[in-house]
Ligand binder design. Structure first.
Ligand SMILES: *[C@@H]1O[C@H](CO)[C@@H](O)[C@H](O)[C@H]1NC(C)=O
Ligand SMILES: *[C@@H]1O[C@H](CO)[C@@H](O)[C@H](O)[C@H]1NC(C)=O
Ligand SMILES: *[C@@H]1O[C@H](CO)[C@@H](O)[C@H](O)[C@H]1NC(C)=O
Length: 212
């Protein structure tokens, strides 16, 4: 039993053992350096891969410029008069011009523009839009008062449309501007309005408003 114990735990002797451990420590110093280098290389690789992932993710999300939405808000009809026989109509309503910049990581600065209200491509009224800026994740709402009538409409099926009970108009417009991302990058971005406004002729009210 005693012998066995001695073998298992040799009591620290001798030059021999000492020398060997010296050589070993030299060797292991080199080994340590090598391992450090490997570790360093691994860390750098991880860092590079991480950076690539971060940059790719950023360019797919934060840096990606999304189109702000350009639409009409609620329409409140103030007056609506029509005569199917003539045919003619005359209306006045209030609405809101909305520029929604809710998806970009930066503000949207747009140039002056306009919105036209049309009947089958014929412009009946123009609303001017002053230049402005929709901040980060925000929506600009501008009140607008619109008056329009059928005086400019020539040769169309207005009469039958009024008789059918629903008058359909469009509001179209285009904003040109720039999205400033994280204060550094600027990218041009245009956005279009194309809303369809339907009036209920008999009830003299708005029937529906749909914007693309
Ligand atoms: C409305 O804007 C368009 C495009 O910017 C322009 O061509 C047109 O002249 C403008 N119309 C009016 C009446 O200001
Ligand atoms: C009809 O609209 C035109 C502009 O398109 C305007 O000049 C005219 O005064 C309007 N007429 C009436 C009766 O409101
Ligand atoms: C608006 O949308 C209608 C379809 O709903 C389309 O016929 C029309 O050409 C569009 N107008 C513009 C200016 O994009």
């Amino acid at each position: 039993m005693a012998e066995k114990t001695q073998q298992a735990y040799p009591s620290a002797p001798a030059n021999h053992g000492y020398q060997r451990s010296d050589a070993e420590s030299l060797e292991s110093a080199d080994e340590l350096k090598r391992q450090k280098k490997i570790k360093m290389a691994i860390y750098i690789s991880i860092f590079v891969v991480f950076q690539i992932i971060v940059i790719t993710t950023m360019s797919l999300t934060v840096m990606k410029v999304k189109t702000p939405r350009f639409r009409l808000g609620n329409i409140n009809v103030q007056s609506f008069e029509s005569v199917p026989a003539t045919p003619s109509f005359d209306t006045k309503f209030t609405t809101q011009i909305k520029i929604k910049n809710s998806a970009n990581w930066g503000s949207y600065k747009f140039n002056a523009a306009n919105v036209t209200f049309q009947y089958q491509g014929e412009t009946l009224a123009v609303i001017n839009i002053e230049k402005g800026k929709a901040g980060w994740l925000s929506t600009i709402k501008r009140n607008a008062e619109v008056s329009l009538n059928s005086s400019r409409i020539t040769g169309s099926n207005l009469g039958s449309e009024l008789s059918s009970g629903v008058l359909t108009l469009n509001s179209v417009g285009r904003l040109n501007g720039k999205v400033a991302i994280m204060f550094i990058m600027k990218k041009k971005k245009a956005t279009n309005m194309n809303c369809t406004i339907a009036f209920d002729v008999a009830a003299k009210t708005l029937k529906s408003l749909q914007c693309k």
